[in-house]
Design a protein around this ligand. Structure first.
Ligand SMILES: [Fe+2]
Ligand SMILES: [Fe+2]
Ligand SMILES: [Fe+2]
Length: 446
C-alpha cells in the first residue's frame, strides 16, 4: 500500500532550488573525483584532451565535433578506474581490443549526455589497420592519435618544451599510415606553437582545461546533470566493492521519500542528486578503513567521519551546487546535535537534509557490509524508530519511510538489478578486479 503523507505540511524550498551548471563544470567534478582515485589516469586524460582539442580546432571540425572530441578525450580511459592490473606504463594497454575500452563504454552506458562519445571510448585504441572498412570517424582517430602522443610526453614539466621537436618527429614517423594524413599534418604544425607545449605542463592542467574547453558554454538541464552525478556515484561506489550500489540507492530512496513527502518533481530530482553525491568525500578515506572487516578504532573512525565534511568541501567549488552540497554534507547530522561534522541542531537542518539522513541510514542498514549482513526492513525500521524517539531523526519522514517501505524496497531492488545489468564491468581477457579496485598505476616511464 502506498502511503502519501498528505497530513504533513508541504515543504517549500526556502533557498532557490535552481541549478545552472555548465557541461564543463560537471566534467570537472568527474575529473576531480578521478584525480583523487587515480591521478596518473586523470593527468593522462586531461593532456590527451588538450592535444585532441587543438587538433580538432586546426582541422576545422564543427563546434559540435570539437565538443565530442574534447569530452571523449577527457574521459577516454575512464574504464581504467578499478582495473587492478599492475601496469608499468599506460603503453601496456595499447591494444585495439584491450578490455578497458569496453569497461569505459559500460560505465557511460545509459547516459544520453554521453551517447555521442560512447563509440569513441569503445574503440579509442583502433588504428587504420584495425579498421579495413573505414568505419571509424575522424573524431575517433583524433582521440586515438592524441592518446598515442600523450603517452610519448615526459612527465617532467621542465623537459616538455625542449622535447617538442623530438616528439613531433617520433610521432609522425611512428604513426604514418596508422592515422589519416590530415591529423599528422595538423600535428606537425604545432612544432613552433609555444602555447601548445606550455599547456601540456601537468602543473597547470586543471586551469588549461578550463581555458580551452569547448563545452564551457553548454549548459546542462537537471536531467543531464543527474546523469553525470550518477556516473560520479558509480565511480564513488566502485571505490569500495562492499558498497557497490550505496550512493545510487540512497539517491533513489531519497527521491522516493521526497515524493511521498509531497515535494515537486524538481525538488525530488535535486534530492536524488544530493543522494548520488553524499559520500563523495569517501574517496579521500583509505580503502583499508572503508573495507575493514572489524570495528573501526577511534583513529580510523575519526578519519571515516571526515568524509561528509569532504563532500561539502569538494562541492563548495561549484556555486551552482550550494544547496545540493549542503544537503549532501549534512547527511550524518542529527536533530539533537549529536551528528557530524558541524553538530547542527534541528533549526539548521532542513527537510531535504533530514530526508537524506534517513535514506542513508535505511540503505546502509539493509545492505551487506564487510562486518555484517544486511538487515531486514523491519530490523532497519526498528533502529531508525529508536533514533526518532531519541530526537535524532525526523518523525514525519520516518512515517513516510515506514508507510511506503514495500514500494521503496521494490525500487531499491530495481536499481540494483539495473545497475548490475548495465554497468558492472564484465572484463574479458582474464582481467581480475581486486577487492580494492583502486590500485594506483605506477607512473609511466617514458
Ligand atoms: Fe586507453
Ligand atoms: Fe589513454
Ligand atoms: Fe556517509
Amino acid at each position: 500500500m502506498v502511503v502519501i503523507c498528505r497530513t504533513l505540511p508541504i515543504f517549500r524550498l526556502t533557498r532557490t532550488a535552481s541549478l545552472d551548471i555548465s557541461f564543463h563544470s560537471a566534467l570537472k567534478l568527474v575529473i576531480d573525483v578521478i584525480s583523487a582515485v587515480n591521478p596518473t589516469v586523470s593527468n593522462h586524460m586531461q593532456r590527451t584532451a588538450c592535444i585532441a582539442q587543438e587538433l580538432a580546432l586546426r582541422l576545422n571540425l564543427s563546434t559540435k565535433s570539437q565538443s565530442t572530441v574534447f569530452v571523449a578525450a577527457l574521459l577516454h580511459d575512464i574504464g581504467m578506474i578499478g582495473d587492478a592490473r599492475q601496469l608499468d606504463t599506460l603503453n601496456d594497454i595499447d591494444y585495439y581490443d584491450d578490455p578497458h575500452q569496453q569497461t569505459g563504454y559500460q560505465m557511460l552506458y545509459g547516459f544520453k549526455v554521453f551517447k555521442p562519445i560512447r563509440d569513441i571510448i569503445l574503440h579509442h585504441h583502433q588504428h587504420m589497420d584495425n579498421d579495413p572498412e573505414g568505419k571509424a570517424s575522424l573524431e575517433q582517430y583524433i582521440v586515438a592519435f592524441a592518446d598515442c602522443v600523450e603517452r610519448m610526453l615526459p612527465t617532467d614539466d621542465k623537459q616538455l618544451f625542449a622535447c617538442a621537436s623530438d616528439i613531433i618527429r617520433q610521432a609522425t614517423e611512428k604513426y604514418r599510415g596508422h592515422f589519416p594524413d590530415q591529423i599528422l599534418t595538423a600535428f606537425r604544425q604545432l612544432e613552433n606553437q609555444d602555447y601548445f607545449w606550455f599547456r601540456l605542463e601537468l602543473s597547470g592542467l586543471r586551469r588549461v582545461t578550463d581555458i580551452i574547453s569547448p563545452v564551457k558554454v553548454t549548459h546542462l538541464d537537471i536531467d543531464q546533470f543527474r546523469e553525470i552525478c550518477l556516473l560520479i556515484a558509480r565511480i564513488v561506489d566502485k571505490y569500495s566493492s562492499f558498497t557497490v550500489t550505496h550512493s545510487i540507492i540512497v539517491g533513489a530512496v531519497a527521491r522516493r521519500l521526497a515524493k511521498q513527502y509531497g515535494m515537486g518533481l524538481r525538488e525530488q530530482k535535486l534530492i536524488e542528486i544530493a543522494g548520488y553525491l553524499h559520500d563523495l568525500g569517501k574517496i579521500y578515506v583509505p580503502v583499508t578503513i572503508i573495507e575493514k572487516a572489524a570495528q573501526l578504532n577511534e583513529k580510523e573512525f575519526s578519519r571515516m567521519k571526515g568524509h561528509s565534511y569532504k563532500t561539502g568541501e569538494i562541492l563548495s567549488e561549484y556555486p551552482a551546487l550550494s544547496t545540493v552540497a549542503q544537503w549532501a554534507e549534512h547527511h550524518h547530522e542529527r536533530l539533537d546535535g549529536s551528528g557530524y561534522p558541524y553538530h547542527l541542531t534541528k533549526a539548521y537542518l532542513d527537510i531535504p537534509s533530514r530526508i537524506l539522513a534517513i535514506a542513508d541510514i535505511f540503505t546502509a542498514l539493509t545492505e551487506d557490509r564487510p562486518y555484517r549482513k544486511g538487515m531486514s526492513n523491519e530490523q532497519a525500521l526498528a533502529i531508525i524508530r529508536q533514533e526518532v524517539d531519541e530526537g535524532k531523526l525526523d518523525a514525519d519522514i520516518y512515517q513516510c519511510l515506514a508507510g511506503n517501505v514495500a514500494l521503496i524496497d521494490c525500487g531499491m531492488e530495481t536499481v540494483r538489478k539495473n545497475y548490475l545489468k548495465k554497468s558492472l564491468p564484465r572484463p574479458a581477457g582474464g582481467i581480475q578486479f581486486s577487492t580494492s579496485m583502486f590500485v594506483p598505476i605506477p607512473l609511466p616511464t617514458k
